[in-house]
Design a protein around this ligand. Sequence first.
Ligand SMILES: [Fe+2]
Ligand SMILES: [Fe+2]
Length: 316
Amino acid sequence: MPRCGTRSMAEIHTSFQSINKGIDWTLLPARLYEKGKRLGTWNPHEIDYSQDVKDWNAITEAERNAMLQLVSLFGAGEEAVTLDLLPLVKTMAEEGRLEEEMYLTDFLFEESKHTEAFRRFLDAIGCHEDLSQYHTPSYKKIFYEELPGAMHRLLTDPSPAAQAEASVTYNMIVEGVLAETGYYGFRKALEPRGLAPGFRRTIQLIATDESRHIAYGVYLLSRLVAVDDSIFQVIQNRMSYLMQYAAGVISELTASYGENPPFAFDPNDFMQYGIRKFQGRMAVIERARGKKIEELYRLPAEEYEPEVAEMEQAAT
Ligand SMILES: [Fe+2]
Ligand SMILES: [Fe+2]
């Protein structure tokens, strides 16, 4: 905290990058910002859910229940990441990382739209009940405690280790493992029978935005590791600690399906998918060890998140 009569560095400006030396459009965050302006401006309010409403009334009670359960996890998850991103934006602004802050404004706008999108779907199908009944202990541990705790800690401790723990929680576990496994579940449920075309389009657009968010998170973690290799251990420890709860979210969800899972879901398939995502993220971050920071700045987005290009094609 600043002493009486003094100002912290965040409270005064001594220069302005955009007119002093320019914006580095080749940096990964600047390139993600460009993609975000082009791809992240879809309007959740314009998605047509008329066929979805018909499908909703035609599927079984168990299938409706399974969908509501997934939507309750996702909708609250999107709201949590909307509420909890600001400390990271503030941290990057205070470090003078203009390109990263500019991208993070795209990022936050997109999370707000994802929150909107799930609520609009629930409104369209006429669901107004309190869905927090579906939140299991592992889900609450991550979304009610660990995510806000790690993100808001940055307000008082913006150290590289705290940034790494925040990004692992937000980008690697919540977005990179849980959200990705969730899309997989929605696709498995709806695609084979061509159900809910409006909602499937929503999920596809959200997943495209999320692929950029994950690319940013992997970039941030790689940058921290390239500057200080000891951060890799911090990341590994945090990943292992949170993975037990992420696995808990998946197993508690699938345990509720009982003997005859809806949509012929295979609980083992979900868990294997989540574990593969987890391992893939770790492998990419490990590649940053010993790399020069300049090299990391210029890598294509696909090096951080292979799905960026694929999702981009599917969304346009
Ligand atoms: Fe999101
Ligand atoms: Fe996201």
